[in-house]
Design a protein around this ligand. Structure first.
Ligand SMILES: NC(=O)C1=CN([C@@H]2O[C@H](COP(=O)(O)OP(=O)(O)OC[C@H]3O[C@@H](n4cnc5c(N)ncnc54)[C@H](OP(=O)(O)O)[C@@H]3O)[C@@H](O)[C@H]2O)C=CC1
Ligand SMILES: O=C(O)C1=N[C@H](C(=O)O)C[C@H](O)C1
Length: 257
């Protein structure tokens, strides 16, 4: 059995990982990192720790749904303290420094980083690239909707979708991204790509990429209706990454897309 370590084990997705692994034929929970207080019953012989080294030592692969500071500590264990286990990182909202750390760590261990672990969004990224390139005159606007507890904005998924749209048009997203509109802002410029966030209730995750032209528009939407879409997706890619060489992998690598 593959022993999975969980960073963010007390969170919304982390606790679903524990449930999903209880019913998995090939993988089980090896260790959980607990930041504050344990909130649920765990399978017998699960290692419970707040020490990254112990988390690594008790796992064959670590899955991370936590917070940027926690991921930073996990990656630091690889880069500075010699931890050598494959990682599946799902946390969003990284700073540039944390993104660089992720890249440095991926030279030492295999890391799959995906801002969205669903198959649907993996396909949506491809559709967005195709539509953005083909419909080159259309204005691109992205809207994401999430539950009221989400702390980062815009979502990692929305930013990844925007990157696919910008790359397909040869644009630098940092230069064309618009994150709000208010007041006398003037007419829309051709290349800008707005990424807007709505928050409320218990929305699991909804992303719409709109391509608008005079006379017609196309909207590509993905809606996650259950949060275990993400935990199940992460477990699937965690099994895939074991035995791979050190590199930064995308979810497309794991899904063969
Ligand atoms: N890629 C994907 O498919 C998806 C990614 N996500 C991302 O995953 C992350 C977690 O989401 P969600 O489960 O909803 O969030 P929660 O807030 O429910 O859970 C966060 C978890 O991280 C822990 N944590 C917070 N800060 C630290 C820290 N400094 N050190 C160690 N642990 C810490 C929390 O511990 P405690 O409970 O003690 O506070 C908790 O276990 C977010 O970044 C979210 O955007 C979410 C869904 C899908
Ligand atoms: O925080 C969430 O809930 C989600 N976060 C991810 C993101 O920021 O894109 C993925 C998913 O949409 C749910």
């Amino acid at each position: 059995m593959i022993k999975v370590g969980i960073l963010g084990s007390t969170g919304r997705v982390g606790s679903l990982l524990i449930d999903d692994l209880e019913n998995d034929e090939y993988a089980r929970v090896g260790a959980v990192h607990v930041f504050d207080k344990l909130k649920k019953q765990l399978p017998e012989d699960t290692v419970v720790t707040n020490d990254m080294k112990v988390l690594f030592d008790s796992s064959d692969v670590v899955i991370d749904f936590s917070a940027p500071a926690a991921t930073e500590a996990l990656l630091t264990e690889v880069v500075e303290n010699g931890a050598r286990k494959p990682l599946v990182i799902a946390t969003t909202g990284f700073t540039k420094h944390q993104q660089n750390l992720l890249f440095e760590a991926s030279k030492l261990v295999p890391i799959l980083y995906a801002t969205n672990m669903s198959l649907g969004v993996a396909v949506l990224n491809k559709l967005v690239a195709l539509a953005s390139k083909t419909l080159s005159d259309f204005d691109i606007e992205i809207v994401e909707q999430h539950h009221k507890h989400k702390v980062d904005s815009p979502s990692g998924t929305a930013l990844t979708l925007a990157e696919h749209a910008a790359d397909a048009r040869g644009l630098d997203l940092d230069k064309v991204r618009v994150s709000g509109r208010d007041g006398q802002i003037g007419a829309r410029t051709k290349d800008e790509i707005a990424v807007m966030a709505l928050r409320g209730g218990d929305i699991v995750g909804r992303h719409t990429v709109g391509l608008y032209n005079d006379g017609e528009f196309l909207e590509l939407n993905h809606t996650a209706t259950a949060r275990n879409t993400f935990s199940k997706g992460a477990i699937k890619v965690a099994k895939w990454i074991i035995g791979k060489e050190p590199k930064l992998y995308s979810i497309n690598d794991a899904l063969g897309l």
